[in-house]
Design a protein around this ligand. Structure first.
Ligand code: NAD
Length: 348
C-alpha cells in the first residue's frame, strides 16, 4: 500500500513511518515540522525508495490537493496534531487550529481525492486519537469503544472534536474511515518535554524529578513500537466505519512509573544515592484526569493484536535509548518553550 502519513516527523508518526517502510509499504510523510517534529526520527528509512517527505501544513488545502494528486495514496494515516496537554492549557488556540480545523481540511482534501478516484471501497482514512477523549475514570472500569466522550482539557476536547468530524465524514459522505484511541505511549524518540523523557533527563542531570500532585494519577502505558504495529493492523485489517481502542493493559500510577524508571537508571548508570531521592512533588495540573484505562478486547479478538513487550521491558529499552542517544535529545532542549518546561537542564 502507499500510505500518506501526517505527523510522520513526530513521536508516534515516525514509529509508524519506520515500521511501514520496513514492511514494504510506500510512505509519504507529510509534516509541518513544528517545534515537536524531528526529521532525525525517520533517518533509518530516509534513503529508502519507498519513502518521501512533504513539508506541508494540514490546514493548507492547496498543498494537500497537490500532495494527493502527486502521490495517489491508497490510505491516509492521520497523526499530525498538537499533542501536549500542558501546552494546550497555556495556549489552546493552536490545538483548535491544527486538531480541529486541520483535520477538517484534511478530510475535505481526502474526500475530493477519493471522489476523483471513483470512491474506491478500498480507500482508508485512519484517524489516530487518544483515550483522553473519554475523560477520567474512577478506581474501577475501563474505556471501551462505546464509552461516552467526556474530554476535560483543551487538548482532549480538540481531539474529541476531530474524532466526531471523522465519524461524520464516514456517515455523511461514505468516506471509508477508521478510528483508533490509544493510551499513553512511551519509547524512543519521545519529545523531551513529555513525562518519561523528563524523568530520565532530570534524573541524569541530578535535578529534582517533578511529579504532579501526589503522583497517584493512573495511566495505561503502551510501548510506541507496539502502537505502530497496532495501527498498521487496524489499517490493513480493520472494518471501515469502526473504531478500535488500543492499550497495553499496563496501568501504573505516575509515582510507580517514576520509581520504575529510577530503578532502571540505578542499574544502568549507578551513582552514590538512588535516583528516586530526586523525586519532588509539584502543584498539580489543573483538571488533571485521575485515571485512564483501555479495554483492548475488540482489537484483541477481532484483529488478534497484542503488545509484544511488558512495561518493564519497554521502560528498560527506553532508558537505554536515551542513554545512547544524547545527540538526539540535547539539541531539542533549545526548542521553543522546551527549556522553560524542563527547568535548568543545561542546553549546549
Ligand atoms: P507529536 O507532538 O510527537 O507529533 C506531532 C507531529 O505533527 C509533529 O511532527 C508536528 O510537526 C506535526 N504537526 C503538528 N501540527 C501540524 C500541522 N498543522 N500540519 C502538519 N503537521 C503538523 O505527537 P505524538 O505524540 O506522536 O502523537 C501523534 C498522534 O497520536 C496525535 O494525534 C495524538 O493525539 C495521538 N496520540 C498520542 C498519544 C501519546 O501518548 N503521545 C497517545 C494516543 C494518541
Amino acid at each position: 500500500m502507499k500510505l500518506l502519513v501526517t505527523g510522520g516527523a513526530g513521536f508516534i508518526g515516525s514509529a509508524v513511518v519506520r515500521l511501514a517502510v520496513a514492511r514494504g509499504h510506500g510512505v509519504v510523510n507529510l509534516d509541518a515540522l513544528t517545534y515537536a517534529a524531528c526529521l532525525d526520527n525517520v533517518t533509518p528509512v530516509a534513503d529508502s525508495p519507498l519513502y518521501a517527505f512533504e513539508h506541508a501544513d494540514i490546514r493548507d488545502r492547496a498543498a494537500l490537493d497537490r500532495i494527493f494528486a502527486a502521490h495517489a495514496p491508497d490510505a491516509v494515516m492521520h497523526l499530525a496534531a498538537e499533542s501536549h496537554v500542558d501546552r494546550s492549557i497555556d495556549g489552546p488556540g493552536a490545538f483548535i487550529e491544527t486538531n480541529v480545523t486541520g483535520t477538517y481540511t484534511l478530510l475535505e482534501a481526502a474526500r475530493a481525492y477519493w471522489t476523483a478516484q471513483g470512491r474506491p471501497d478500498s480507500f482508508r482514512f485512519h484517524h489516530i486519537s487518544t483515550d483522553e477523549v473519554f475523560g477520567s475514570l474512577g478506581p474501577t472500569g475501563k474505556f471501551t469503544e462505546t464509552t461516552p466522550y467526556d474530554p476535560r482539557s483543551p487538548y482532549s476536547a480538540s481531539k474529541a472534536a476531530s474524532d466526531h468530524l471523522v465519524r461524520a465524514w464516514g456517515e455523511t459522505y461514505g468516506l471509508p474511515v477508521l478510528l483508533s484511541n490509544c493510551s499513553n505511549n512511551y519509547g524512543p524518540y519521545h519529545f523531551p518535554e513529555k513525562l518519561v523523557p523528563v524523568v530520565i533527563l532530570k534524573a541524569l542531570a541530578g535535578q529534582p524529578i517533578p511529579i504532579y500532585g501526589a503522583g497517584d494519577n493512573v495511566r495505561d502505558w503502551l510501548y510506541v513500537e507496539d502502537h505502530a504495529d497496532a495501527l498498521l493492523r487496524v489499517l490493513t485489517q480493520g472494518t471501515a466505519g469502526r473504531s478500535y481502542n488500543i492499550g497495553g493493559e499496563n496501568e501504573a500510577t505516575n509515582l510507580d512509573l517514576v520509581h520504575r524508571l529510577c530503578a532502571i537508571l540505578d542499574g544502568l548508570r549507578p551513582k552514590a544515592t538512588p535516583y528516586a531521592d530526586q523525586i519532588t512533588f509539584v502543584t498539580d495540573r489543573p483538571g488533571h484526569d485521575k485515571r485512564y484505562a483501555i479495554d483492548p478486547a475488540r482489537i484483541r479478538t477481532e484483529l488478534g493484536w497484542r503488545p509484544s513487550v511488558t512495561l518493564d521491558e519497554g521502560l528498560r529499552r527506553t532508558v537505554e535509548w536515551y542513554l545512547a542517544n544524547e545527540e538526539w535529545w540535547r539539541p531539542l532542549l533549545a526548542r521553543d518553550g522546551v527549556g522553560q518546561r524542563l527547568g535548568q537542564i543545561p542546553v549546549q
